[in-house]
Write a protein of this length. Structure first.
Length: 266
């Protein structure tokens, strides 16, 4: 009798684990990606974290419940690395339901000083990495009628000086998003999020975690009355992954406290 009870508890645990849909989050060890990962776990998902920073990944293993989370050191700009990690993630957690393309490389420097290698590195991580992860997850996502969420930026629409590689890559993500929505629909939904100022300065590995000082003026310039935080983006990710929102695809959602709609004359 005791053996049967133990077996039933194990069986219920396995069923509960199987019921948790599988989501991959690239760049999931720090910043927005780390907060998205935490919210996904809290909301009943199994998460495979893809990140190139092994140090950040090791620290993260002491933060999240590893029963619902797996870690893969991944270079999203490298097709061999992406294929291998996706295969391993599927083997562990089963078919992919969601893919959050959040891995990012930001190089801000004068265009005349920006090397071709730096340009290619930024586009390789931000744009090519998004394409490669979608390409190799597509068959799984079709099977599960899943959802892709690509992380763009308000810099795809407006710029400060010396942001050419970053802005170009984010603009490319917006175009890639609506193109893939047409190619992968109706089985897979594809949308993007364009964050504005999102303060995740302290959500880093210990060696890089320094809380940025944000002034009352910084908050006040936003029509929403404050600078954003990682949860603002995570909530939008959860919304777009939700199967009940199946009529939304090919769209970009700006989450910036209203800044891109604010007219400023100086």
């Amino acid at each position: 009798m005791q053996i049967i009870c133990i077996f039933n508890r194990i069986k219920r645990h396995d069923m509960k684990r199987a019921e948790r849909s599988h989501v991959i989050v690239t760049g999931g060890a720090q910043g927005i990606g780390r907060i998205v990962t935490g919210q996904l776990i809290e909301n009943g998902y199994n998460v495979s974290i893809f990140d190139i920073d092994g140090e950040a990944m090791e620290e993260l293993k002491h933060v999240f419940n590893n029963k619902y989370c797996q870690y893969f050191v991944t270079d999203v700009s490298n097709e061999v690395s992406v294929k291998s990690c996706i295969r391993a993630a599927v083997k562990h957690f089963g078919p992919i339901y969601g893919l959050v393309n959040n891995a990012v490389c930001a190089i801000f420097k004068p265009m005349e000083e920006l090397s071709l290698n730096e340009w290619n590195t930024a586009l390789g991580t931000n744009l090519t990495g998004t394409f490669l992860c979608c390409k190799h997850a597509a068959s799984n996502l079709k099977e599960t009628h899943g959802s892709i969420v690509n992380m763009s930026s308000t810099r795809a629409f407006q710029s400060e000086p010396n942001t050419e590689s970053y802005s170009a890559s984010k603009g490319g993500i917006n175009a890639l998003t609506h193109a893939m929505a047409m190619s992968l629909g109706p089985n897979v939904r594809v949308n993007s999020i364009s964050p504005g100022w999102i303060d995740v300065s302290a959500v880093r590995k210990k060696s890089n975690a320094i809380q940025e000082k944000i002034s009352p003026e910084d908050h006040a310039q936003h029509p929403a009355g404050r600078v954003g935080n990682g949860l603002d983006i995570a909530r939008m990710v959860l919304f777009l992954l939700n199967k009940e929102n199946s009529f939304i695809t090919g769209q970009n959602f700006v989450v910036d406290g209203g800044m891109t709609k604010k007219m400023i004359y100086i």
